[in-house]
Ligand binder design. Structure first.
Ligand SMILES: [Ca+2]
Ligand SMILES: [Ca+2]
Length: 402
């Protein structure tokens, strides 16, 4: 899915080349499964109750196309989302309105603010419906800072999407699965994805979709067959800090939309009602996994980390002062205000400077020392806060160089 594709610009050549190179570099690693905990550290089994647990799952509701010219209206009605027989069941339905006009309803679940994770191996056992033509099931994530920074700056990882226009054109709508990352690259939208055509139709049978997300790589699999990988080991190199921050989960079944190439109701030929079933979603610890959100550990954040450091200069001539714009977040990705950030500049400006984060979690540190030829490294020493503990192990970066 993408939250607001109207913001999409074409994928920059520079970015594509960088990623193509990154992918070449990881060829051969596909079969290497990341070691994970023997037992899940988090799971939604959908084995009890009649509706998803409201402490974990919320909903996106309503129509308007969701930025993708989707045709359905999303509801949280039992007709569109229920738990039954050990499964979460999302049902896309059609209602004929006066004059024969077709109207569609479905559901889109999300764990925004309620449950987040950064890194880890996530697995979902999913049965997709017959998507041909016009249905678009998805199992995906968005950065939990979505509501503050928007899309694509929050980052998006599509573990599973089906029903694309390309798959329909190739006659493989029920066989083609795809994974894609979306992010903010130098002020515009970048994306990178790959698809895999299964040997037979996937609809109506259970398949396991897995994402392995480590600090260096994101890879996806269907039933242990590799789909896609992206090298995220150098976030500064491709503006990919989005993939080193907490994300929340989404599960939905869209009807039509630009992804499917079908934006008129007359183009929907898939049998309705259609059910997307989810037996479970499980997360395994791969040694880096951080869970967060209000459903975890009583809800309140307990830790801080450095989300980004942007070094700069202010002033001119021989009076150039070194600056560092530093963003502090909690383990759920929320901005941390009122934290005292201490950082040491070394090189052209040798000084330790402290400052306090604002409502956006941002502190701007400026040296009083000056230089004619700035060339310095700035490293965060400490983040002090009245109630939150600094966890430097969770830092996206601890130092940056100008
Ligand atoms: Ca970015
Ligand atoms: Ca189950």
């Amino acid at each position: 899915m993408s939250a607001f594709p109207s913001l999409r610009s074409s994928f920059s050549d520079v970015c594509f080349r960088r990623l193509a190179f990154a992918l070449l570099a990881i060829t051969g690693l596909f079969a290497e499964i990341t070691p994970v905990s023997a037992q899940p550290i988090w799971a939604e089994e959908f084995n009890t109750g009649t509706a998803p647990n409201p402490a974990v799952w919320g909903y996106d509701l309503g129509a308007g196309g969701w930025g993708n010219a989707e045709l359905q209206s999303y509801t949280s009605d039992a007709a569109n989302v229920r738990v039954e027989g050990g499964n979460l069941i999302i049902t896309a339905r059609e209602q004929l309105l006066k004059g024969g006009r077709r109207s569609f309803t479905s559901a889109r679940l999300k764990t925004q603010d309620k449950f987040t994770f950064k890194y880890g191996t996530i697995e979902a056992r999913i049965m997709t419906p017959n998507v041909a033509n016009g249905l678009w099931p998805a199992f995906w994530t968005l950065g939990n800072n979505f509501s503050t920074v928007g899309w694509p700056a929050c980052g998006e990882i599509d573990v599973l999407e089906m029903g694309s226009a390309g798959a329909i054109a190739a006659g493989v709508a029920n066989r083609r699965v795809g994974s894609t990352a979306h992010w903010e690259y130098n002020g515009s939208h970048a994306q990178y994805g790959l698809t895999y055509d299964a040997p037979s139709n996937l609809n109506g049978t259970w398949h396991t979709y897995r994402m392995e997300w480590t600090p260096t790589m994101i890879s996806t699999y269907i039933d242990n067959t590799w789909i896609w990988s992206i090298d995220i080991s150098n976030p500064a190199g491709f503006d990919g800090e989005e993939f080193h921050a907490p994300h929340f989960l989404l599960l939905n079944l869209a009807v039509g939309g630009t992804f499917t190439g079908i934006t008129l109701s007359s183009g929907i030929t898939a049998p309705l009602p259609a059910e997307m079933r989810v037996d479970y979603v499980r997360i395994y610890d791969n040694g880096y996994t951080v869970l967060g959100g209000s459903s975890i550990g009583g809800g309140a954040a307990t830790q801080t980390h450095v989300d980004s450091i942007v070094p700069g200069i202010t002033g001119g001539g021989p009076n150039k002062k070194a600056t560092a714009t530093i963003v502090i977040r909690n383990e759920s990705g929320g901005a941390v205000a009122g934290a005292t950030v201490s950082a040491t500049f070394s090189g052209s400006h040798n000084q330790t400077v402290s400052g306090t984060t604002d409502a956006n979690g941002t502190a701007v540190l400026t040296t009083t020392t000056t230089s004619n030829a700035p060339a310095f490294t700035v490293c965060v020493n400490n983040v002090a806060h009245a109630t939150l503990t600094y966890n430097p192990a969770a830092n996206v970066e601890s130092c940056d160089t100008y």
